[in-house]
Design a binder for this molecule. Structure first.
Ligand SMILES: O=C(O)[C@@H](CO)OP(=O)(O)O
Length: 232
């Protein structure tokens, strides 16, 4: 049995302005950093062995705050980022082997990034709804297979997220490691759709709050035994 904790990053400066963000690399707001701190308190009874984040700073900041505000979640280990990148120069310069007795790896990979929002990135969501209609914008934001202009549908996002989950994250869970994933509304909706066996019509109603941990217990085959939303 293993624990899997999912956290949507804390509020970003563009969440606060109600802008479509996608792959634009916007940092946390003051409130977002506070949400990550509160998340770390809510995780005081949990121990993590390995962490995965997207390549975007709002998810990385959230991971780092959660893992460094208190010593207990890392079991006293030092969290160290392992940047995953297929580049020979990078690979050589990033080649520190690590010490698993003392260090907790945080793997960053763009496979866990937010849905790419294409031409909508940087636009205000309310203004966009006035221009294109509430229903159209809702379909771009929450439907499974409708692509926003120039961007990814949830289905597109799910393909890259879940391929990464199966190849890099699931093996840790199957060997009993407790895993923390800090990522984004739509990359986490992709994972939850798979774990919770949601249909395309059911996933439309799945909304994730910023900075609230969702803790799953998984059996030895990776199926969900329990799910707890840590919001109080
Ligand atoms: O702008 C975004 O990148 C996402 C998350 O903030 O928006 P939405 O919730 O509309 O998918």
């Amino acid at each position: 049995m293993a624990q899997l904790i999912l956290i949507r990053h804390g509020q970003s400066l563009w969440n606060a302005l109600n802008k479509f963000t996608g792959w634009v690399d916007v940092p946390l707001s003051e409130r977002g950093r506070a949400e990550a701190t509160i998340a770390s308190c809510r995780l005081s009874n949990y121990r993590v062995n390995v962490c995965f984040t997207s390549r975007l700073i709002r998810a990385i900041e959230t991971a780092m705050i959660c893992l460094t505000e208190r010593d207990d979640i890392c079991g006293g280990k030092i969290p160290i980022i392992k940047h995953e990148k297929d580049d020979q120069v990078w690979h050589g310069w990033n080649s520190y082997g690590g010490n698993p007795e003392e260090e907790l790896p945080i793997f960053t990979n763009e496979a866990l990034n937010e849905r790419f929002y294409g031409d909508l990135q940087g636009l205000n969501k309310a203004d966009t709804a006035k221009k294109y209609g509430v229903e159209q914008v809702y379909a771009w934001r929450r439907s499974y297979d409708v692509r926003p202009p120039g961007g990814e549908s949830l289905e597109d996002t799910q393909k890259r997220v879940n391929a990464y989950f199966r190849s890099r994250i699931l093996p840790h869970l199957l060997q009993g490691d407790n895993v923390l994933i800090t990522a984004h509304g739509n990359s986490l909706r992709s994972i939850m759709m798979m774990l919770d066996h949601l249909s395309p019509s059911e996933v439309i109603g799945l909304e994730l709050a910023t900075g609230i941990p969702i803790a799953y217990e998984l059996d030895v085959t990776g199926e969900v035994i329990s799910k707890t939303i840590l919001n109080d």
